[in-house]
Design a protein. Structure first.
Length: 201
């Protein structure tokens, strides 16, 4: 039987079941699911948000194979008051370093979130510095290089402070709190591959 779980991965949790030092893993949250369920891709230890777990190899392939270019949207808190020029650069693609090689990121949807989004408190919280403003932006990507979002915002001069994967396709974190998961209904599966809208060029 095929299963699909949407999980809101908290900060400082590994996207794996196997132990690694004293770090918290998925095993802490999934105690009563079939043993053949695995996360699709990964979300960094210091990132938060939506993670899919399934035993459906076809869905896993469609989500991981770059040729399908499925969309993931991240809400990113950056240090500083981000400029229109920086957002335009993120939309067009920027040069980042991956394993010692330069990589030009694909066109993305980058938008300023004018009002701070309603997101759960992070534990521990971001260090507050009164004299340095922060900004939130929404970044929709169709590729997933190692620590790509962080590398992208650093490339335009605005380091990432907090990173939340808000959606995969049209499925979002909206009905979940950190550490919670829910099983997808069969009819929701295709929403994983739905496009938000055409990415810019």
């Amino acid at each position: 039987m095929l299963h699909y779980y949407l999980f809101y991965k908290p900060f400082n949790v590994l996207s794996q079941f196997s132990e690694e030092g004293d770090k918290t893993t998925l095993a802490e949250f999934f105690k009563e699911i079939p043993k053949n369920i695995y996360p699709v891709g990964r979300l960094d230890y210091d990132s938060e948000g939506l993670l899919l777990l399934t035993n459906d190899k076809t869905v896993t392939h469609r989500l991981l194979d770059p040729k399908f270019a499925h969309e993931r949207t991240y809400w990113v808190q950056v240090e500083g008051a981000i400029t229109r020029d920086a957002i335009e650069l993120l939309s067009r693609g920027v040069l980042i370093n991956i394993n010692g090689k330069q990589h030009k990121t694909k066109p993305a949807i980058a938008e300023l979130i004018k009002d701070e989004p309603s997101v759960p408190e992070r534990n521990p919280p971001i260090r507050f510095r009164k004299n340095i403003p922060t900004s939130w932006l929404s970044l929709t990507l169709t590729e997933g290089k190692n620590r790509q979002v962080r590398r992208m915002t650093a490339a335009v001069g605005f380091p990432t402070l907090r990173l939340i994967r808000h959606s995969i396709g049209k499925l979002t974190t909206d009905r979940l709190q950190p550490g919670q998961y829910r099983e997808l209904k069969e009819e929701e599966k295709e929403l994983l591959f739905a496009k938000t809208r055409q990415t810019g060029g």
